[in-house]
Design a protein around this ligand. Structure first.
Ligand SMILES: NC(=O)c1ccc[n+]([C@@H]2O[C@H](COP(=O)([O-])OP(=O)(O)OC[C@H]3O[C@@H](n4cnc5c(N)ncnc54)[C@H](O)[C@@H]3O)[C@@H](O)[C@H]2O)c1
Length: 348
C-alpha cells in the first residue's frame, strides 16, 4: 500500500508517545507511522496493543543514539515528519545518573537531527517535544516562548541543551523544526514514577502518598488527549522555526493533589485523609511552579477540552481497572524497595 506521509515517532512506546502513535495510526490510515523506541524500563508494549497489527504501524526496537540504525532508517524509509519524544524523563533519576540523560536527551537528539538533515528524502517537519522545566522556576512570573532558559535540574538542562541543538538546525540550515514546551501531562498508562500514577499506585497498594518536603510546590496538569491534539495541530498549522508553549490552566499544589486522590481512591471523610499522607525528605533542588502562557498555541486554534475533574476521573478509573499493568516493570522502584516485607502484590 502507498502511504501519503511517513511519520517517525521516537519514544512512541512511552506515555505520551503511545497516545500519539495510537492517535496518528487510527486517525490517519493513509499515513505510515514508525515508532523507534528502545523499550526502556518506563514503557510497556501493552500500551500499543490496540494498533500493533495495523497495516500502517511499524515498530523498530532501537536506540536513538545508534547513528548507524538512525541513518539507515532515514535512508530507507522516506520520513516526512519526525516527532522526537524519546528521552530519559524522570527528574529524580537525573540527579543520580546525569550522564545517561546527557547521552539520550542531548547526543540522541544530535544523532536524529543529523540523520534527518542529511537524508536524501527531506523531512517536512522535525517536532521536538520539550518541557516547561527548561524555564526553571517561575514564582510570580509567567513564561512565554521568549523567556530565558534557566533549567535547574539535570533533566531540564539536557532538554534545554537538546533544544539549542534543534534551534541551531533552523538558524544554520532552515531545517524545518518546531519546538513544543509543555506543562505536566497526565492520563492513563503513565509509568508509576511520575506523581499522579505514583500516588494512585501507592494507594492501590494500601500505602501512603509520599509528599516530598514541606515547600508549597504546585504543578499545572494537562490531560494527555489535549496534548496530543496540540501536537497534531502544531504539525498542521505550526510555523517552522517557532516554539510553542503547551500550557494547562489547572494548577494544583502537590499536597492538595494527594488529598484529592486519597478521597477518590479511598473514599474516606476529610478527617481521615491525613492518615494516607506521609512527608518524606525532598531533593536538594526543587522548582516550586512552572507557570507558562500558551497564547501562541491558542492563536493556532488550540484549547484544552478536558477539564481537570473529567481528566482525573478517567485517569483514576484507568488505574483502578488496570492494577497490574505496570506490575512486571516493578511498580514503584524506590517505594517498593523500602516497603515492608509483607507486601505481596497490588490490591485489586
Ligand atoms: N510527561 C510529561 O509531563 C512531559 C511534559 C513535557 C515534556 N515531556 C517530554 O515528552 C517526551 C515523552 O515523555 P513521556 O512522559 O512520554 O516519557 P516516558 O518516559 O514515558 O517515555 C520516554 C520514551 O522514550 C524511550 N526511550 C528512552 N531512551 C531511548 C533511547 N535511547 N532510544 C529510543 N527510545 C528511548 C523510552 O523507552 C520511552 O518509551 C519526553 O521527551 C519528555 O521530555 C513530557
Amino acid at each position: 500500500m502507498d502511504f501519503n506521509r511517513t511519520v517517525l515517532v521516537t519514544g512512541g512506546s512511552g506515555f505520551i508517545g503511545s497516545h500519539l502513535v495510537c492517535s496518528l495510526v487510527t486517525k490517519h490510515p493513509d499515513w505510515r507511522i514508525i515508532n523507534l523506541d528502545n523499550l526502556d524500563y518506563c514503557c510497556s508494549p501493552r500500551s500499543l496493543e490496540s494498533v500493533e497489527d495495523r497495516a500502517n504501524y511499524t515498530f523498530i526496537r532501537g536506540d536513538v543514539c545508534n547513528s548507524q540504525l538512525v541513518n539507515h532508517i532515514f535512508n530507507t524509509e522516506n520520513i516526512d515528519v519526525i516527532f522526537h519524544l524519546a528521552a530519559k524523563t524522570h527528574v529524580e533519576t537525573s540527579f543520580e545518573t546525569p550522564s545517561s540523560f546527557q547521552r539520550v536527551n542531548v547526543y540522541g537528539t544530535r544523532v536524529l537531527l543529523g540523520a534527518a538533515h542529511q537524508a536524501q528524502h527531506q523531512p517536512q517537519r522535525f517536532i521536538y517535544v520539550s518541557t516547561d522545566e527548561v524555564y526553571g522556576e517561575g514564582l510570580d512570573q509567567v513564561f512565554d516562548e521568549s523567556s530565558p532558559l534557566r533549567p535547574s535540574n539535570p533533566y531540564a538542562a539536557t532538554k534545554a541543551a537538546a533544544e539549542y541543538q534543534v534551534r541551531s538546525y533552523w538558524d544554520k540550515y532552515k531545517f524545518p523544526i518546531i519546538i513544543t514546551r509543555s506543562n505536566n501531562i497526565y492520563g492513563p498508562r503513565q509509568y508509576t514514577e511520575k506523581v499522579i500514577p505514583k500516588f494512585l499506585t501507592l494507594l492501590q497498594m494500601n500505602k501512603k502518598c509520599t509528599i516530598q518536603g514541606t515547600l508549597p510546590k504546585s504543578r499545572h496538569f494537562l490531560f494527555v488527549d489535549d496534548a496530543i491534539n496540540a501536537f497534531r495541530l502544531v504539525l498542521e498549522k505550526g510555523i517552522v522555526g517557532e516554539i510553542y508553549n503547551l500550557g494547562a490552566s489547572y494548577e494544583i499544589p502537590i499536597m492538595q493533589l494527594a488529598r484529592e486522590l486519597v478521597k477518590m481512591v479511598k473514599n474516606v471523610p476529610d478527617s481521615e485523609v491525613n492518615d494516607w499522607l506521609e512527608l518524606v525528605p525532598d531533593r536538594a533542588c526543587v522548582d516550586l511552579r512552572y507557570p507558562i502562557s500558551c497564547e501562541k498555541l491558542q492563536q493556532l486554534g488550540w484549547r484544552a477540552e478536558v477539564s481537570w475533574t473529567e481528566g482525573i476521573k478517567q485517569t483514576v478509573k484507568w488505574y483502578q481497572d488496570n492494577p497490574n499493568f505496570w506490575w512486571d516493570q516493578g511498580p514503584i522502584r524506590w517505594e517498593v524497595e523500602k516497603a515492608n516485607n509483607q507486601y505481596v502484590g497490588p490490591a485489586s
